[in-house]
Every structure is written in structure tokens, then in C-alpha cells.
Design a protein around this ligand. Structure first.
Ligand code: 3PG
Ligand code: MG
Length: 398
């Protein structure tokens, strides 16, 4: 990862500070249902205000095709103000042009501006230099605090960073530090735990990660593809049979690289995926033709827990079972609790990310016990694929 400028390298006193945030938070009936991303922005806003700068917050929200009142950032005004310790937040109903300029000009010390959804303008997603110039006209310096949007080469993330003195905000910095500590300069042995439904969506990730970690535990429906590739019966389980060759190639490459692969040995199966259905726990060589594998079994969970005990660093993306539907949450919860216990005891540095993983950690009640939980979904995945993220590249120090 290149060295990047941080907020501490930037003189913000008396300046208008354009802050790219990711306020793409879940909203239901006009209410924010998870404020994590808003709260993670607070340290950056506090640092700017305390140093005499005026934060002008901008973000995308949803995926609107042009202006769309149902995708407005207005419902974020109140939670943003609360997260910022009650500081007043002035809302601009457009992110560029006269309305944005008017609100920015009215800002008094200690106040925060919030601009309307960047994606109401097509120039945002096109990384349009002219749109970036319109944004740049609103500020003197630029801070990117949106790691979770860093995989998007959009105007407020890429083009804009080259028009003003630019730096990483506190949240971006924390994400990059945690991710760097997990894969770039980790304390070994390192274990990766990868779950989720499909091998096809995580191929690049698997290829990259086997060259980086000492152990890789695979769970979730994607493990079925590997079991199938080894000639085991998977019944009616979700399985990408067309990827059997790819799965075998990953296994042999892992062996060449000295990366131990941990696959399920037993499984919790059922005839259908429904809460409270009759389940059967069996070895992976005995899955009946009519059954579906819906969670790892207790032996497999124990094996992963032992591997965690023997590791110093963990990177985790993806649940190991259909955790939204109990009782198929047991494997994921058992592992989450083990990770929490080892982290609390100072024996494991644990980094997790991705929407489902974060939800699983919350369900297990252990979110705060991990070393770092990323708020990023797609950006976390692309980082695990070893890709350069445009939003990070744009902040690289000269
Ligand atoms: C996210 O929620 O993952 C980010 O805000 C990126 O959103 P996008 O996938 O709509 O670009
Ligand atoms: Mg997304």
C-alpha cells in the first residue's frame, strides 16, 4: 500500500474542508436503521472543527438515476448532527451550484454542511472532471473518509482528490491501518476464513489470499463446490458444478504455496431452508441425494476453532452457513464467539468485513470484541482481491 497523506498532514484552520463520506446507510420509513457509518465519521468531523476548519460533507446514497426524492440525504441530517455531538448540520438541496455555494457561505465555525446526494448528477459516476471542478469550487482542501466507497472511481473520490490538497480522514486511516496489519505486515500464522454462497463471486479473492495466508478455512455454500470437486456427494445443495476444475486448481495451488486449506468434515443438512426444520448432522461423505448442506457441522466448527487458536491474525469475510435462518446460524456463531474470546485474550488480531459478516457478528453479540470490523462491503472484497482501490490510490503521497 502506498504511503498516504492523513488529516494530520493537512492545515485546515480557517478552511472549507470537503469531506467525502459514505453515508450510504440502511434507511427504513425515513429512519436510519444502522448508524455505524455515520458514527465512524465523527472523529474526522471533530478533528476538523477543533482545528478551526469547516466540514462540508458529501456522499452518495443508493443508486438513483438522476434526482430522486426517495434517495435524498435529508434524513441523515439529524443522525449526523447527533453523531457530531449535537453540532448544527446545514443541508444543501444540491451538491453543486448556487444552492450548495449559498449553504457553504453561511457556515459558521462549529457548524457542518451536508450536501445532497452526489449521484443526483450523472457526472459523479462518470468521474467527470467538470463535475469534480464544481465540487472543488466549494472547498479549499479535501478529505476522503469513505473507505467503503474507495473501489468506485467516481468524481468525488478520484478526480476531485487531484484538484485540491487531499488527505485520508480518521476512518479511512483506521480501515487502511487495520487491513494493512492483517495482510501486508501481519503477525503469523495468518488464517483467512471465507464463506458465502458462491465461489464465482470470490474467485479472485481466493486466488489472491492463498498466496498471502498460512491457512484458509472455507465455509458456506461455496465450500460445497470444493466438496463436489473432491468427488463428495452434495445432494441438492447450492453448488457451482461448472467450477469444479477451478476449485481443484485452487486447492493444488494452495498446496504449492504451503497454504493449508480447511474444508468442512461434517454438515448440518435439511430438506429445505426454513426456520426450525428437521435437520440431520452428518459427515460430508454421507450427504443424501435429497438433502441440502446448510451449515458446517460441530466437528468442522471445532476444527476451525482449533486453527484459530493456533493463529495470530484472522481475516474474515462471509458466514459459514445460512445464518439468517436458525438453526443454520450455529456454526457461524460458534466461530464468532471463539474469535471474540481469543481477541479479548490478546491472542488474536481479528479483522472482519462485508455486510453478511457484520450482521453475523452483530447476531452473535461480539462486534465490539473484534480488533477491527470494516464498514465496507465491495471495497473490502476488492481489497482482499489485492486490487488497487481508486479512492486509496488518489490519496497516495507524492
Ligand atoms: C456500499 O454501500 O458498499 C458503498 O457505499 C458503495 O455503494 P455502491 O455499491 O452503490 O457503489
Ligand atoms: Mg453495496
Amino acid at each position: 500500500m502506498p504511503r498516504f497523506c492523513t488529516l494530520d498532514d493537512l492545515d485546515v484552520a480557517g478552511k472549507r474542508v470537503l469531506v467525502r463520506a459514505d453515508l450510504n446507510v440502511p434507511v427504513r420509513d425515513g429512519k436510519v436503521t444502522d448508524t455505524t457509518r455515520i458514527e465512524r465519521l465523527a472523529p474526522t468531523l471533530a478533528a476538523i472543527v477543533e482545528r478551526g476548519g469547516k466540514p462540508i460533507v458529501m456522499s452518495h446514497f443508493g443508486r438513483p438515476k438522476g434526482p430522486d426524492p426517495s434517495q435524498s440525504l435529508r434524513p441523515i441530517v439529524e443522525p449526523l448532527s447527533r453523531a457530531a455531538g449535537g453540532r448544527p448540520v446545514r443541508f444543501a438541496s444540491d451538491c453543486v451550484g448556487p444552492e450548495a455555494k449559498r449553504v457553504v457561505a453561511l457556515l459558521r465555525p462549529g457548524e457542518i454542511a451536508l450536501l445532497e446526494n452526489l449521484r443526483f448528477h450523472p457526472g459523479e459516476e462518470k468521474n467527470d472532471p467538470e463535475f469534480a471542478r464544481q465540487l472543488a469550487a466549494l472547498g479549499d482542501v479535501y478529505v476522503d473518509d469513505a473507505f467503503s466507497a474507495a473501489h468506485r472511481a467516481h468524481a468525488s473520490i478520484a478526480a476531485l482528490a487531484h484538484l485540491l490538497p487531499a488527505a485520508a480522514g480518521k476512518n479511512m486511516q483506521a480501515e487502511l491501518d487495520a487491513l494493512g496489519a492483517a495482510l501486508e505486515n501481519p503477525t503469523r500464522p495468518v488464517i483467512a476464513l471465507v464463506g458465502g454462497a458462491k465461489v464465482s463471486t470470490k474467485l479472485d479473492l481466493l486466488q489472491f489470499i492463498i498466496g498471502k495466508v498460512d491457512r484458509l478455512a472455507i465455509g458456506g455454500a461455496m465450500a460445497n463446490t470444493f466438496l463436489y470437486a473432491q468427488g463428495r456427494p452434495v445432494g441438492r445443495s447450492l453448488c457451482e458444478q461448472n467450477l469444479a476444475d477451478t476449485a481443484r486448481a485452487i486447492l493444488s495451488r494452495a498446496q504449492e504455496r504451503g497454504c493449508e486449506i480447511i474444508l468442512p468434515e461434517d454438515a448440518v443438512t435439511a430438506e429445505k431452508l426454513e426456520p426450525g426444520v428437521v435437520t440431520r448432522t452428518i459427515g460430508v461423505n454421507a450427504v443424501p441425494a435429497t438433502a441440502m448442506i446448510l451449515d458446517i457441522g460441530p466437528q468442522s466448527a471445532e476444527r476451525i476453532c482449533q486453527a484459530l487458536e493456533a493463529s495470530k491474525t484472522l481475516v474474515w469475510n462471509g458466514p459459514v452457513g445460512a445464518f439468517e435462518t436458525p438453526p443454520f446460524d450455529r456454526g457461524t456463531i460458534a466461530i464468532a464467539k471463539k474469535v471474540a474470546e481469543l481477541t479479548r485474550a490478546g491472542r488474536l488480531m481479528s479483522v472482519a468485513g462485508g455486510g453478511d459478516t457484520v450482521a453475523a457478528l452483530a447476531a452473535a453479540g461480539v462486534t465490539d470484541d473484534l480488533t477491527y470490523v470494516s464498514t465496507a462491503g465491495g471495497a473490502f472484497l476488492e481489497w482482499l482481491e489485492g486490487r488497487e482501490l481508486p479512492g486509496v490510490a488518489a490519496l497516495a503521497a507524492p
